[in-house]
Design a protein around this ligand. Structure first.
Ligand code: NIG
Ligand code: FE
Length: 412
């Protein structure tokens, strides 16, 4: 038996590995008729079946019989902890009001804030749980969850504690993001700078000390915060060693993506209104462009993000649900891949890379997750599918045969 194999805790044999590892090849970077072995939660072996000596290997072996193995899906942008619902906004939009108009007249994020503030931690947890479970059932092994509907110190911390409990009670990696700068709360209307001060001097330090967040995000937009305010938040977040993310160029071009690039942010998200200069800035900084087709579809936007420019400049594109009650109430990463292909022309390979390799980078985990590569964390999915393009083309028709997290087969 080979040395590496004998060290493995478990093996998957006769698999087709959709590695997504650029070192292995382009596109899916597929390896046919391969074995994958894990050891101590990491991928330890990727080897062709041909010539593999398994004699004497007495630990568990799963014969995949040609099944596909992909990296686990990573949903890198969600707002899945919230109270209430926004069906009323949906009806208003069907009657012709825009997302911006609804937001300016007291609906939108502020109405979810009211419902979230009025909910107990237990209530928020119980509402969030099935949303997270839907993502897990589809194959997500990592989910990012933002705060942003508390909009004061007490309720933002409350939301992040719910995120922490979701992490403790579910077999999934969770990355937590402080998005206190999601909207200006009613108490600070006309005093948004003072609210930004509060976030910088009180929330960010507390969140960092209590280890309640991995990153800080800001909604940089005419109806939310300016690029200058976003910069102050970035400076404070950086001082505390937190990752940086931004909601950028969703409804208008405010220079938010260029700011994100200047600060080495993990990702700039949305980007429908981004111009070429901003694309160049992302490329130079290695910042990921996280695209959210669910929000584009649900808000009936017409300007698509500059996908051709992202390709030309080789800016990595991640895809995410943006799961939230107002602009993307969809708990399906498969639907998101599908929308990205049909609405924006992403290839199936790009869609899959968007929810694996590039999504990992958007959370600061690019060197540890997102591809099937020896040495990376062993988070992967086994699929009874013939063609990896079934992943973006079909929604709700298949669940993973196995979901492996840290080298262990898990069930939600
Ligand atoms: O990513 N753009 C800002 N935040 C969310 C919307 C949140 C909401 O409407 O409740 C988004 O689309
Ligand atoms: Fe969002």
């Amino acid at each position: 038996m080979d040395q590496e194999i004998s060290n493995c805790d478990r093996l998957w044999t006769n698999a087709r590995l959709v590695t997504l590892d650029p070192a292995t090849g382009a596109g899916y970077a597929m390896l046919e008729h391969y074995a994958l072995g894990v050891s101590d939660g990491l991928i330890a072996v990727i080897a062709p079946m041909e010539g593999l000596d398994l004699s004497g290997f007495d630990k568990e072996v799963t014969d995949c019989r040609g099944a596909l193995i992909t990296p686990g899906f990573i949903d890198c942008h969600t707002h899945l902890v919230y109270g209430g619902n926004r069906a009323g906004d949906f009806v208003k939009r069907l009657q012709g009001m825009s997302y911006e108009q609804i937001s300016r007249t007291g609906g939108g994020i502020r109405s979810t804030m009211q419902a979230t503030r009025a909910s107990s931690e237990e209530e928020l947890f119980l509402k969030a749980r099935p949303r997270l479970l839907s993502l897990i059932a589809e194959g997500c092994t990592m989910v990012e969850i933002k705060s942003g509907y508390g909009l004061n110190v007490y309720d933002e911390l409350k939301m992040l504690r719910v995120v922490q409990r979701l992490r403790e009670e579910h077999p999934v990696r969770i990355s937590a993001t402080l998005l206190a700068a999601h909207a200006v709360p009613p108490e600070y209307l006309g005093k948004s700078d003072a609210y930004v001060d509060l976030i910088c001097t009180e929330l960010i330090p507390r969140v960092s000390i209590q280890k309640l967040a991995d990153a800080v995000d800001v909604f940089c937009e005419k109806i939310a915060f300016t690029a200058m305010q976003a910069e102050r938040l970035f400076l404070a977040a950086r001082d505390y060693g937190l990752g940086l993310k931004i909601h950028a160029e969703q409804l208008s071009d405010t220079g938010a993506a260029a700011l994100a690039a200047a600060y080495g942010a993990w990702s700039a998200d949305h980007l429908e209104q981004l111009e070429e200069e901003g694309v160049r800035a992302l490329q130079q900084a290695g910042t990921v462009a996280t695209l959210l087709p669910g929000a584009y579809y649900f808000l009936k936007e017409t300007r698509m993000p500059p996908v051709a420019l992202f390709r030309e400049y080789r800016v990595p594109m991640a895809l995410s649900t943006d799961l939230n009650p107002g602009s993307s109430p969809f708990a399906s990463i498969r639907l998101i891949m599908n929308l990205a292909c049909l609405l924006w022309g992403l290839t199936p390979e790009e869609a899959l890379a968007g929810v694996t390799r590039n999504a990992a980078r958007a959370l600061g985990w690019g060197d540890r997750l997102g591809t099937l590569t020896v040495g990376k964390e062993a988070d992967f999915l086994v699929w009874d599918l013939e063609d990896p393009a079934q992943l973006p083309s079909e929604v709700g028709l298949s669940a993973p045969l196995q979901r492996v997290l840290k080298g262990v087969v898990t069930r939600a």
